[in-house]
Design a protein around this ligand. Structure first.
Ligand SMILES: [Zn+2]
Length: 780
C-alpha cells in the first residue's frame, strides 16, 4: 500500500476531470523600468571565510513521545483456510454486495478437534450457511460468524462451509463510485471481510477463485488468471483463479467500463494496464516502465516475477495511492493519469515500482502480523529506490535515500518509535503512515546494502526471499537469513536500528596537524538515550579532499565515541562525515565557510553538495555563503542541488531578521535567473522563493514581470500555478485580473487554482476573498 502523494488541496479535488485545459490569452506585459540600485551589502563582522563556528547550543532533535495505543498480539489460528470460491455481484440499486462463498478449511496439525469455526464477516445478513447442502447452525455478532460444525474437525481433516450473504450496510470493504460507475474493493488491513466472509488476518495463506457478475459493457478484474468468461442473459460472468497461495487481505475485485492495454509480456507473464476509455494515452504513459521494472526486480532478487500475470488498474476516489492486491494492483487514478505538462513533479513511476515491489515483498513474503509490516512496506519502498537507481542513475538514487532519511527524522521528531511496533488505538492502519515503516524501513535496507556491498546483500536477499516464498515472515526471519547467507552476526544491527528507536546524533570535530600532515576526526554521540534508544555502533566513511587527491578512511564509533586519522599530502579543502549519507543520523560538524563552499563545488557525491548548501544556508550575513549558493543555482549539474540552493536563497531573502543584512538585489536577481532553469523543479523553487521576498513598489517590478510571464507561458503547469501564487503575494489586488483569467479554466488536480487560492487567502482583501469563495476546493 502507499499513501497518496498529491497535496491535500489536490486530493480534495480528486473528483474533478483530469484533462489539461488550454489557458486564456496573455494579458499585456508592462515594460520594465530601469533596475533599482539597492544599498551595498553589509558583511556580518563575525563571518569570516575561515572561521569554524562552535557546536550548536540547542539539540538537533528532541524525540517526540511514542504514539498512543495498546499492544495487539498476532491472532492465533484455529484452522487452516486452504481454498475459497466466491460468486459475487454488486447491486447498484441498493449499493449492496450479494454473494455466495465456499471456504475449504482443514484442522491444524497437532491441534485438538474443533466443533466451531469463526469466519470474519462484517455488517452482513445471511440467507444460509451450509456444508455440502446440509444447513449448519451459526451465531453472528455483526463482525464474525461462528459456524457450528456437524461433527468436530480433527487435525488434517478437511471440510467446506458455504455462506450465502448480502452486504448492503457496509462501512468499508467495497466502494461504489457513481461518477464513473465503478465498484472497487480495498482489503488492507482487515476490511475484506466487509464484502466477502473470510479469514481476515495475514498469517494464513490460501488459493482462491472469484466468479464476478457484470453488465454486458463492463469488465471485472480480480487476482490470478482469467480462467473464462461467459454471457448469461444480459450479464457477463468472469472467472478469475489465483493458483498460488496468498493472504486474504490481497483479495480484490474491480468492476466497471475499462479499456485494457496489453503491454508486451515479460518472459511469458502477461502485463496489462486497465484504464478509462477516455484516458488511454495517459494510461500508457503512467504505466510504461512496468516491464522494465519487472525485469530489474527479477534480476536483483534472483527470484523471477512469482505470479501468473500482472495487471494494474486505475480506480477513482481511492483513499490511498496504490494497493498491491496480488497480480491485480489498484492504483489511484489521479496519481497515474497526470498530463505530460505536470512532469517531472507528477510522476507515476515511484508508485508503479512500489506496488510492483510488493508482488515480492508483501504478496510472496507476507508479514505474519501488522507489527512487522515494515517487511512489506519498507521493502516495497526500498524496491522503489532500487528501480529509480537502475532507471535514472546514482544521483537520483542518492537523493531518494536522503528524502527517506529526512522523512524518518521528521517522524521521530513527531513520535519516536521502533520500526517493529504492534500498538494502535483503533485500527492497525495507524502503524502505517507514521514515517517509520516506509522510509525508515528502506533506509535500514540501504544501510545493510552499503555495509555488505551489493553482491553479498542481494545474495542474502535472495536467500531470505526463496526461503520464505509463499509464506509469512517476522523480522527475525530476515536477521536469520542475512546471518545464514553472510556468516556475519546481525544482532547488534537489528537491536539498534529495528527493535530500538531513534538514531545517532553526532558531534564531529576535525584537527589537521600541519607539521605532521595528519588529519584526525573525532565523534561522539549526543542523542538523548533511554530504554528505546541507546548508542549506535557504526563504521562511518570519512572523506577528505585535498589539492593532492582524495583520502578516505573509516571512523569506528563504539559506545558513543570514535576517532580515526589519516596522513594527507596536502591540507584538507573539504571533509565529509558519512560520505554518501548511508547512515541514518543527524550531525553537527562545524566547518569553515571556505571548506563548505569548496564542498558545494567539488564533491562528486550529490548529497555532499546538498549538505554544504544546507549548512551555508544557515549562515546569514556571510556573503561568501550567499555567493556559493547563487553559483550552485547556476552551475550544479544535478537539479536538486540547484533547487535546494534556490530554496535556501528564497528563505534567506524572506527572513526579515536576515533580509536587512542581505543584498536584496543579489537575491532577487539570482532567483529570477533560476526561473529560467531547464528543470521545472528548479523553476518551481525559484518562483516560490520570489513570492516570499519582502518586495514592494519599484523593487518588485522586474520580479512581477517575470512571474506573470511564468504564470502565463511556462510549459509546466505546476510552475504556472506557483508563479501565479507568488505574483498574487507580491502584487496583491493588482494581481487579481490575471488571477481571474488564469483560474477560469481548471487544470489537472487544481495545480493552478490551488496555490492561487492559498495566496489569495493570505492577501485577504475583499476582492481576493471573493475569488477564494468562487474557487476554494470546498466549493467545487
Ligand atoms: Zn506499500
Amino acid at each position: 500500500m502507499k499513501a497518496q502523494t498529491l497535496s491535500s488541496a489536490a486530493a480534495l479535488a480528486l473528483a474533478l476531470a483530469c484533462a489539461p485545459a488550454a489557458l486564456p490569452p496573455a494579458p499585456e506585459i508592462p515594460q520594465p523600468n530601469p533596475p533599482v540600485v539597492l544599498p551595498p551589502f553589509r558583511m556580518d563582522s563575525t563571518a569570516t571565510p575561515d572561521r569554524v563556528p562552535p557546536f550548536q547550543e540547542t539539540p538537533l532533535i528532541v524525540w517526540g513521545p511514542p504514539p498512543e495505543g495498546t499492544t495487539h498480539a498476532e491472532r492465533k489460528r484455529r484452522y487452516d483456510l486452504q481454498h475459497q470460491v466466491t460468486n459475487v455481484r454488486f447491486d447498484w440499486s441498493r449499493q449492496a454486495v450479494v454473494g455466495t462463498t465456499t471456504l475449504t478449511i482443514a484442522g491444524l496439525p497437532d491441534a485438538a478437534p474443533i466443533s466451531t469455526v469463526m469466519i470474519d464477516a462484517g455488517d452482513m445478513t445471511f440467507k444460509q450457511v451450509s456444508t455440502e447442502s446440509k444447513e449448519l447452525k451459526y451465531d453472528y455478532d455483526g463482525r464474525a460468524l461462528t459456524v457450528h460444525l456437524a461433527s468436530p474437525l480433527r487435525a488434517g481433516q478437511k471440510t467446506s462451509i458455504t455462506i450465502e450473504y448480502d452486504g448492503a450496510n457496509r462501512t468499508k470493504g467495497a466502494y461504489f463510485r457513481p461518477a464513473r460507475h465503478i465498484v472497487w474493493t480495498q482489503g488492507e488491513t482487515e476490511d475484506n471481510h466487509f464484502w466477502v466472509p473470510t479469514y481476515d488476518f495475514p498469517n494464513d495463506k490460501t488459493t482462491w477463485e472469484f466468479y464476478i457478475w457484470t453488465a454486458k459493457d463492463e469488465r471485472a478484474l480480480s487476482n490470478g488468471r482469467l480462467a473464462g468468461s461467459r454471457a448469461v442473459g444480459d450479464s457477463i460472468e468472469w472467472h478469475w483463479v489465483l493458483e498460488k497461495p496468498a493472504s486474504t487481505y490481497l483479495m480484490t475485485t474491480v468492476v466497471g467500463k475499462y479499456t485494457v492495454l496489453q503491454d508486451k509480456p515479460w518472459r511469458n507473464v502477461p502485463v496489462g494496464y486497465w484504464t478509462y476509455p477516455d484516458s488511454v494515452d495517459a494510461g500508457w504513459r503512467g504505466f510504461a516502465k512496468t516491464p522494465q521494472a519487472i525485469d530489474v526486480f527479477s534480476r536483483k532478487t534472483g527470484v523471477p516475477y512469482p505470479w501468473s500475470k500482472y495487471d494494474q488498474i486505475v480506480i477513482p476516489e481511492f483513499q490511498y495511492g496504490g494497493m498491491e492486491n496480488v497480480t491485480a494492483t489498484s492504483q489511484n487514478d489521479a496519481e497515474i493519469l497526470h498530463p505530460a505538462a505536470t512532469e517531472p513533479q507528477a510522476n507515476s513511476v515511484p508508485l508503479m515500482a512500489h506496488e510492483l515491489g510488493h508482488q515480492w515483498y508483501g504478496d510472496l513474503l507476507t508479514t505474519r502480523d501488522w507489527g512487522d509490516v515494515w517487511l512489506n512496506e519498507g521493502f516495497a519502498t526500498f524496491m522503489e529506490q532500487v528501480f529509480h537507481e537502475e532507471d535514472l542513475g546514482v544521483d537520483e538514487a542518492s537523493y531518494d535515500r536522503l528524502g527517506a532519511q529526512e522523512q524518518t527524522i521528521d517522524a521521530d521528531r513527531r513520535a519516536r518509535r521502533p520500526i517493529v511496533w504492534n500498538k494502535w488505538v483503533n485500527d492497525p492502519i495507524e502503524v502505517f503512515f507514521s514515517g517509520h515503516i516506509y522510509p525508515k524501513g528502506a533506509t535500514i535496507l540501504q544501510m545493510l546494502r552499503h555495509q555488505l556491498g551489493d553482491a553479498a546483500f542481494w545474495k542474502a536477499m535472495n536467500h531470505y526471499t526463496t526461503a520464505h516464498a509463499y509464506g509469512n515472515v517476522v523480522t527475525d526471519d530476515l536477521r536469520k537469513a542475512f546471518e545464514e547467507s553472510t556468516g556475519k552476526d546481525f544482532k547488534t544491527f537489528f537491536d539498534q536500528w529495528v527493535y530500538g528507536a531513534g538514531f545517532p546524533v553526532f558531534q564531529v570535530s576535525s584537527l589537521y596537524d600541519r607539521a605532521a600532515r595528519r588529519l584526525v576526526i573525532s565523534a561522539r554521540e549526543v542523542q538523548a538515550r533511554d530504554s528505546l534508544t541507546g548508542f549506535f555502533d557504526v563504521d562511518v566513511d570519512v572523506e577528505a579532499r585535498t589539492d593532492s587527491g582524495v583520502v578516505r578512511f573509516v571512523v569506528p564509533v563504539r559506545n558513543g565515541t570514535g576517532e580515526a586519522g589519516a596522513n594527507l599530502k596536502a591540507p584538507p579543502r573539504s571533509i565529509r562525515w558519512d560520505k554518501g549519507n548511508w547512515i541514518l543520523d543527524l550531525t553537527d560538524f562545524p566547518r569553515s565557510t571556505r571548506m563548505l563552499q569548496y564542498q558545494l563545488v567539488n564533491d562528486d557525491d550529490v548529497l555532499g553538495r546538498i549538505e554544504a548548501a544546507g549548512v551555508l544556508a544557515q549562515r546569514p550575513g556571510d556573503q561568501m555563503a550567499l555567493n556559493a549558493l547563487i553559483l550552485a543555482t547556476r552551475n550544479d549539474r544535478f537539479w536538486a542541488v540547484r533547487s535546494r540552493a534556490a530554496d535556501a536563497i528564497g528563505a534567506w531573502g524572506s527572513d526579515s531578521s536576515r533580509a536587512a543584512a542581505s543584498p536584496m538585489r543579489t537575491v532577487t536577481n539570482a532567483l529570477v535567473a533560476a526561473t529560467r532553469d531547464p528543470d521545472a523543479r528548479v523553476r518551481q523553487s525559484a518562483a516560490t522563493g520570489l513570492g516570499r521576498l519582502p518586495l514592494a513598489g519599484p523593487a518588485a517590478r522586474d520580479v512581477v514581470i517575470r512571474l506573470r510571464e511564468l504564470a502565463r507561458t511556462d510549459p509546466n503547469l505546476i510552475v504556472r500555478g506557483v508563479a501565479l501564487a507568488s505574483d498574487i503575494r507580491l502584487e496583491k489586488n493588482a494581481a487579481i485580473p490575471l488571477a481571474k483569467q488564469l483560474m477560469t479554466t481548471d487544470v489537472w488536480q487544481s495545480v493552478i487554482r490551488g496555490p492561487a487560492v492559498n495566496a489569495l487567502k493570505d492577501v485577504g482583501t475583499p476582492e481576493a476573498m471573493q475569488l477564494v469563495q468562487q474557487y476554494a476546493p470546498a466549493n467545487q
